[in-house]
Write a protein that binds this ligand. Structure first.
Ligand SMILES: Cc1ncc(COP(=O)(O)O)c(C=O)c1O
Length: 408
């Protein structure tokens, strides 16, 4: 059973920020006590490098590190833990696909298919790949409200030139859930691969990579209760195995000699050169265990109820423009008429409400919603209706004068 009062107690942050209304989980999530303890325990009880020590503490840390691949696999319905690569975050995972797969497999005239929804991390690496290979970037025309249009997508694929489709599971500004299963199915009919930017989707949805049949999936630990500096790249084994890693170094090679002959370890180790973020990965293990225990289905249900409540309340305010009235996942993007988003953010901050304002790294999304800057309120499993009420109350009688007063 999902019990919010119990859930909140699992987040020590609230002990130190009793009155803070935290509505910025799309930027980063709060951490459970178990996650923080796991990081601490590594430092206080068994600090050691992994896979490099012939002593107990190294065995303990290595075992926990290796087990994390199994727990992540359980969370995303992956049946082969070798398909899980640890990175420093979704950005690093996406860059791995771009530079280790696309750069070596795309050629002049091939098409990389994206949307206007992309976060900078899922567009800048692709611009670079296009520049270096001569491939072309094309955008799938979305519906007017920013939702996905499968017919338009199919038309893009019909050229036969699309080699990779790379798009978000959930938009980090509009909260729309893209139909990834259908997207993958269609792409594969046209012999294109699909990379899913799961930074906003994996924290909120019951993900099953086998059912989705995506080729790659990138996501970040810090958006799903885990520490920062840890990410995952899931990839189909046959693809990962053929690809060359970007980084070479200790831990990723089996042998090398002075002539420069290198024998790399197998996937996934060949992608994890250098000492990884061990404590972060051990913390991430706890985060995944926590999500599994609460149940992604329960989290989704809670998210949906809260989102509906927020939509119902905010849409009664005449001074607000909501850009995603049909948001499907934990995010509301809006503006207060006549007041800059940043000024609204400062005013909310003065009332102890934390939101994000600006373009949210989605710098071409204005092509869809018509504005560059919005206020984004984003929810997660520890938020309750009282948080939405606080936001509603603040917005109900917000004025430009009050905002200026909060800044001065
Ligand atoms: C949709 C999306 N993709 C990628 C990223 C990048 O994630 P990270 O900064 O953890 O690498 C984010 C972060 O906000 C995001 O929202």
């Amino acid at each position: 059973m999902f019990d919010l009062s119990k859930i909140k107690k699992d987040f020590p942050f609230y002990k130190n920020n009793e009155d803070l209304v935290y509505l910025d989980s799309a930027a980063t999530s709060l951490k459970t006590e178990s996650v923080i303890d796991a990081v601490n325990e590594y430092y206080t009880e068994y600090t050691a490098n992994i896979h490099r020590g012939d002593y107990d503490n190294s065995f303990i840390a290595s075992k926990l590190y290796d087990e994390t691949r199994n727990v992540v696999s359980e969370l995303i319905g992956n049946d082969n833990p070798k398909q899980i690569i640890f990175t420093s975050g979704a950005t690093a995972s996406i860059n791995t696909v771009a530079y280790c797969y696309a750069l070596n497999n795309l050629k002049k005239g091939d098409v990389i298919l994206l949307t206007y929804l992309e976060h900078a991390s899922n567009i800048l690496p692709w611009f670079n790949v296009a520049k270096k290979t001569g491939a072309v970037i094309e955008y799938i025309p979305l519906n007017d409200d920013g939702t996905f249009n499968l017919d338009n997508y199919k038309k893009c694929l019909e050229s036969g030139k699309v080699k990779i489709v790379t798009l978000p599971y959930v938009s980090n500004v509009l909260g729309y859930i893209n139909p990834i299963k259908d997207i993958c199915h269609l792409a594969h009919e046209y012999k294109a691969l699909v990379h899913v930017d799961g930074a906003q989707g994996v924290p909120h949805l019951s993900v099953n990579v086998k059912e989705l049949d995506c080729d790659f999936l990138s996501f970040s630990s810090h958006k799903m209760l885990g520490p920062s500096g840890v990410g995952v790249l899931y990839g189909k084994y046959e693809l990962l195995d053929k690809m060359e890693p970007l980084f070479m170094g200790g831990g990723a090679n089996a042998r090398f000699n002075k002539e420069g002959e290198i024998i790399l370890k197998e996937t996934p180790e060949k992608y994890e050169a250098g000492t990884p973020n061990i404590e972060g990965i051990l913390g991430f293990k706890k985060a995944c265990e926590y999500l599994i225990e609460v149940g992604m289905g329960n989290i989704y249900k809670h998210d949906q109820e809260l989102l509906q409540y927020a939509k119902d309340r905010l849409k009664t305010l005449d001074n607000i423009t909501i850009y995603n009235p049909n948001s499907e996942c934990s995010i509301i993007a809006f503006n207060v008429k006549g007041i800059f988003a940043q000024d609204v953010g400062s005013y909310l901050n003065s009332l102890n409400i934390a939101v994000r304002t600006g373009n949210h790294c989605a710098k071409i999304l204005h092509n869809v919603i018509g504005v560059n800057e919005t206020v984004r309120a984003s929810f997660y499993l520890y938020n309750g209706k009282e948080d939405v009420d606080a936001l509603y109350d603040a917005l109900k009688d917000i004025t430009l004068e009050k905002c200026i007063g909060a800044i001065l």
